[in-house]
Design a protein around this ligand. Structure first.
Ligand code: WTA
Length: 648
């Protein structure tokens, strides 16, 4: 966390000697990206992407409307960029290495095999009536077919909406309905950490309430008996087996929608973040190249799930656009034991490893021994994303996992930004543990105070971005007004990230975490309002207020204050029931860690819950409670303090 830790780790000479860019190179390129963005982005677009037709205009944006357009008039296809253009030179190169939940259960797809698999499925989707612009929901385990499904959609211009396999039937239903998907791709079951995930059963529950879904494609992953509706369901292999292994890639406009991905905000239901084609694939490819200092022969592994944006940009699109070998892992870091990742690193000779602070902390807890049993000599670059990394975890990652040899790239970005925005470049940036360091090309971060004044120099405030970048989200699907409200109303003319940050005397950026009501649980975004809405579904619950509190492994845990209906008594059973209710409504990641019975909640005289106070109580920071005199009934705070529950 931003604690002013200013220890400096200079670029190692071995890294510098082969890196794409050194310090001077970064500075020069960054300057050009800001001073002459049109020329800069045109050059990058020509270098990284294959276009069927050039653009008429590089960029055209106005945050007041808001309107964001990049490479207008140009045509391209993402699947073509990720597969076809590599066939001549990299046809036999491995595109995807898959490692299953059980150690050693592996599959490989060369670029040629990937091409065939994607074409067959693309033809299969067309055969089931999917057309350009239609929405397809992907609710899959971490298997190659998840990536194949995404690429097959992009090949025919269908818009995919990947829903994380850990989400509940209700969460799935809401997302299918919001995007009006006509087809769902799922599996019989998923397998994670030795446990079964009932994906088809969940899908069945969800789609009974989704009249627009005409087809459910079911991949056999475990082969378990699962119910089937013959009119609606089709087996994945049956669908693709008779299809042609060729399918022309549909020329798409640069601004045509590419995918929708739901993410949580401070209010209401999760919103469908819409990304478009040209700008997204350019920045995904370019950041993958520079931030991980990717080279042709590298084996690259991002441990995220394809259900999150990190999986989209850094398991599938960025690496494949660059012709890389990307490793996809089905399991969890601690199964069968805490050395699993290092076993994978050694067996597949991974050079670039990209994970999240929560995984690093979980592995750190298991001690150094499981790491040191393995050589890890192949590792060159380590990456982190998802939440602020505390310097202890950073140091352990650097010292123990990387033997002090490998730069740690701490990458700050968001579902909304589509690609990495602030991060070091391995050959160019000296590191400070806990700092995401410097902005990527074309990105202009700035700090604002609560009154809308920009802060200069060394300062802390709300993080905004000045000007557009190619992979910026274009709208909230079906609700452009919400897009305007959420990101452009706090500071007119600027994109507001929802994060707080500090800029130090060297111009380094330290992200301090969300300043809104968004929780970050193990790097997963969750709105307090979503958890609260689930809790109040229970007939015994009158009101609920949810806040985050510091958690050793998850970063934040979920602390819920619950007011019961008159006459109802709190009990351990009821507490468990409520926790399970939230899990069933949203998914296991949303299950509260702590529930405290609250006879009353601290509210202002106008009835607004003062979460600041609830956060302080949950974090046990009672000496900094702040002013409680504006509360309607200051007495409720004493009761909450007396009965607060400390984490185990
Ligand atoms: C947080 C994940 C500090 C931040 C790519 C952001 C980070 C939210 C970092 C986005 C980082 C992500 N340091 N905080 N390196 N990376 N965050 O949409 O609060 O799932 O706003 O995208 O995660 O989460 P999302």
């Amino acid at each position: 966390m931003a604690n002013g830790n200013d220890e400096l780790y200079p670029v190692p000479t071995e890294i510098a000697s082969r890196a794409h860019l050194d310090k001077a190179g970064y500075e020069a390129m960054y300057r050009r990206s800001i001073e002459n963005p049109e020329a800069f982005w045109a050059e990058q677009a020509e270098r990284f992407i294959h276009w069927f037709r050039p653009w008429d205009r590089v960029m055209d944006w106005d945050f007041k409307e808001p309107r964001i357009r990049w490479f207008e008039g140009a045509e391209l296809n993402v699947s073509y960029n990720c597969i076809d253009r590599h066939l001549e030179t990299r046809g036999d190169k491995t595109a995807i290495i898959w490692e299953g939940d059980e150690p050693g259960d592996t599959r490989r797809f060369s670029y040629r095999e990937l091409h065939e698999a994607v074409c067959r499925l693309a033809n299969g989707l067309r055969a089931r009536g999917v057309r350009r612009g239609d929405r397809v929901c992907i609710y899959m385990p971490m298997v190659p077919e998840a990536a194949i499904a995404m690429l097959a959609c992009t090949r025919i211009g269908a818009i995919h909406s990947v829903v994380f396999g850990g989400f509940s039937p209700h969460a799935l239903r809401d997302r299918i309905l919001d995007a009006d998907c006509k087809l769902v791709i799922t599996a019989d079951q998923g397998v994670r950490g030795g446990k079964i995930v009932p994906l088809k059963e969940n899908t069945d529950k969800a789609v009974t309430e989704c009249p627009g879904v005409e087809t459910v494609v079911v991949l056999r992953r475990t082969g378990a008996e699962v119910p089937s509706s013959p009119d609606r369901d089709i087996d994945y292999h049956e669908l693709v087996e008779d299809m042609e292994p060729h399918c022309e890639a549909e020329p798409m406009d640069a601004e045509d929608p590419l995918f929708i991905l739901y993410t949580s905000g401070s209010t209401g239901k999760p919103k469908g973040v819409l990304h478009s084609t040209g700008g997204y694939i350019l920045q995904a490819a370019m950041t993958h190249h520079y931030v991980f200092d990717y080279h042709e022969e590298d084996i690259y592994w991002c441990t995220a799930d394809v259900g999150w944006v990190t999986g989209h940009s850094y398991i599938v699109y960025g690496p494949l656009a660059n012709g890389a070998t990307t490793l996809m892992f089905e399991g969890v870091p601690t199964y069968p034991d805490a050395s699993r990742h290092w076993d994978i690193v050694d067996r597949h000779q991974v050079n670039i490893y990209y994970t999240a602070p929560t995984a690093i902390r979980a592995l750190m807890r298991a001690g150094n021994e499981p790491v040191q049993q393995y050589s890890r000599k192949s590792l060159r670059i380590l990456g982190t994303v998802g939440e602020p990394i505390n310097p202890e975890a950073w140091n352990w990652y650097h010292q123990v996992v990387g033997d002090g040899r490998c730069p740690v790239v701490d990458t700050w970005w968001q579902t909304e930004t589509g690609a990495i925005m602030i991060a070091p470049l391995p050959g160019a940036t000296d590191l400070k543990p806990g700092s995401a360091t410097r902005p990527f090309f074309g990105v202009q971060p700035a700090l604002m105070d609560a009154d809308g004044r920009e802060l200069e120099g060394e300062a802390a405030g709300n993080l905004v971005i000045k000007g557009s970048w190619p992979s910026q989200m274009r709208t909230v699907y079906g609700d452009h007004e919400r897009f305007a409200q959420t990101y452009f109303s706090a500071y007119p003319g600027l994109y507001f990230t929802g994060d707080g940050a500090r800029r130090d005397a060297d111009g380094y950026w330290w992200i301090t975490g969300r300043v809104d009501d968004v929780l970050n649980i193990s790097g997963h975004r969750l709105g307090t309002a979503e958890v609260e809405s689930a809790l109040v579904l229970h007939p015994a619950v009158a009101e609920a207020a949810v806040v985050g509190y510091p958690h050793d492994v998850k970063g934040q845990g979920i602390y819920a204050y619950v007011t019961l209906m008159a006459g109802k008594e709190g009990s351990d059973e009821l507490s468990d029931e409520l926790m399970d209710l939230v899990r069933d409504e949203i998914g296991a990641i949303a299950r509260p860690d702590i529930i405290q019975w609250a006879p009353g909640l601290p509210k202002t005289r106008s009835g607004k819950i003062m979460r600041r106070i609830l956060r302080k109580i949950a974090a046990d920071e009672l000496d900094t409670l702040g002013d409680t005199s504006t509360l309607a009934d200051p007495g409720v705070v004493d009761n909450l303090i007396d009965n607060r529950i400390k984490p185990d």
